[in-house]
Design a protein around this ligand. Structure first.
Ligand SMILES: Nc1nc2c(ncn2[C@@H]2O[C@H](COP(=O)(O)OP(=O)(O)OP(=O)(O)O)[C@@H](O)[C@H]2O)c(=O)[nH]1
Ligand SMILES: [Mg+2]
Length: 465
């Protein structure tokens, strides 16, 4: 492990890494593509492939129009716009250039090949962002937010990622790190004058540790409770055969995706579909009915091997659900035979086919009609409430799994340090625990860096980012 202070060179030029290049846009049909270069000699490489009246390196941060040619054959490849960003005022903090050419599957590749022929090497996935991090342009949590923003599959995920990119997590964690550093300094000072160590001082440090604990706890809890803003929400529909699961699935999707029939046991495989609820990514899963409609011991259409296989799949799906919507047909209000093998906390029981209800629903119960659409909105709200979400919630910070593990490790250490002082153990135990807590906290922003952290974070990136 290394405790690094990245960059350091205010000019940012002397310690530039080798020249890398990649296509930054998605390949395939498209009007425009971007090829990116960064590192030592970006200006010279650009000069070899770009022919224009103006020199981009002498007109930094301005778009220059010109011809893109192969550096050796001088053959014309495209008409492009090029822009040059001298260090340190670029995304990576290094001398960089971007070439805006035509899109498609061929031109961007030819432009990249020209740039490689001019001395660049192909960048690894995430290498531009990694350099931005190593040059102190971004903290590690911000670099992770770059990957999250690119990978976002819903408005909620994108909104969260862009906030993290603004540095919301670093801003919250830095004061906690500062306080922990102060505590560590105080404990280390005490080690030198242990005989003077009095109760007042001990109580004061115990109180400070309690406050730091509270702040870290809040952040770690956010990672747990607001996880759906990162991972989306998986909702599995279950119930007896014919309960109306596939009909509800279709109604929530707004199109007829699943087969519906009055015959019990219609759905065999499970079906998945993605929808957006208040900008949140929701995966809906329709499954085979569990138990038998008639309440008999074996499944409906008993002896049917396929039905058994379908039910096994359904049971597996229930295990991965964030919320299980258990449908009960209002036309069969008798005892529910569905196996109760899953986590009760996740279950939302809902009456289906309310348009056929002979009278009012039981009090405080939830009902839907896939036929009329009645109750669908209330169902959505109840599901969101089940995972602790209130309408319109836009969290500023949701730590990802890596960050949450580091927070929980720090929490454990701070708790141990506090306990050691409460137990009147020698202060060197608390000092050690606090320094380990600090190490965990510094992993979040990347102040403490190991090779495994680097690869864990950057291997998720796409090429050219
Ligand atoms: N009136 C009315 N009928 C419904 C409603 N929802 C479902 N049905 C009917 O109930 C029958 C079963 O519906 P499905 O959606 O196939 O039920 P399922 O739970 O998916 O059934 P399996 O896949 O066999 O387990 C069909 O005849 C539907 O038309 C509803 O809201 N109102
Ligand atoms: Mg079905």
């Amino acid at each position: 492990m290394t405790d690094q202070n990245h960059g350091g060179d205010p000019d940012g030029r002397q310690n530039q890494a080798d020249l890398i290049a990649a296509i930054a846009t998605a390949t395939g049909p498209g009007a425009v593509s971007v090829v990116r270069l960064s590192g030592f000699g970006a200006d010279k490489a650009l000069a070899q492939v770009f022919v224009a009246h103006l020199d981009p390196a002498k007109n930094p941060r301005a778009m220059v129009y010109g011809q893109l040619v192969h550096p050796q054959s001088k053959e014309l490849i495209d008409r492009v716009l090029a822009v040059y960003f001298p260090a340190p005022h670029s995304f990576t903090g290094e001398d960089s250039a971007e070439i805006f050419g035509h899109g498609g599957s061929t031109v961007p590749r030819l432009i990249l090949e020209a740039v490689l022929a001019a001395g660049a090497r192909l960048a690894n996935p995430g290498e531009f962002t990694q350099r931005a991090f190593l040059n102190d342009r971004l903290s590690l949590d911000q670099a992770e937010a770059v990957a999250d923003l690119v990978a976002a599959q819903s408005e909620a995920e994108a909104a969260l990622a862009v906030r993290h990119l603004e540095g919301t997590l670093s801003a919250k964690i830095k004061p906690v790190i500062d306080q922990t550093v102060d505590l560590q300094a105080e404990l280390v000072a005490i080690l030198d004058f242990e005989e003077d160590w009095d109760d007042d001082q001990r109580d004061r440090i115990i109180a400070s540790l309690g406050r730091v604990y509270g702040k870290i706890f809040d952040l770690a809890e956010k990672g747990k409770n607001l996880r759906v803003f990162r991972d989306g929400l998986r909702i599995v529909l279950t119930g007896l055969p014919n309960a109306g699961k596939s009909s509800l699935f279709n109604a929530l999707l707004g199109r007829d995706r699943a087969l519906v029939s009055p015959r019990p046991g219609t759905t065999r495989d499970y079906l998945e579909a993605m929808v957006s609820w208040d900008g949140l990514r929701v995966e809906l899963v329709d499954t085979a009915g569990l138990g038998s409609e008639s309440g008999a011991e074996s499944g409906a259409g008993s002896g049917d091997e396929l039905e058994g296989l379908g039910q096994a799949l359904a049971l597996r799906e229930l295990k991965d659900a964030d919320v299980i919507v258990r449908l009960r047909s209002i036309t069969q209000p008798g005892p529910d035979q569905a196996p109760q093998t899953w986590d009760g906390e996740k279950i939302l029981t809902v009456w289906s086919k309310t348009d056929l209800a002979p009278g009012p629903l039981p009090q405080n119960s939830l009902g839907v009609s896939a036929l009329t659409g009645e109750g669908l909105d209330a169902l959505k709200q109840s599901v969101l409430k089940k995972v602790g979400l209130v309408k319109g919630l836009k969290p500023e910070i949701v730590p990802n799994l890596r960050q949450r593990i580091a927070l929980e490790a720090a929490l454990e250490r701070i708790g141990q340090a506090r306990q050691a002082l409460l137990d009147r153990l020698p202060p060197d135990i608390a000092a050690l625990e606090v320094s380990l807590a600090l190490e965990s906290l510094n992993r979040i922003t990347g102040r403490v860096l190991t090779d495994d952290i680097l690869s864990q974070v950057f291997e998720k990136f796409c090429l050219g980012k």
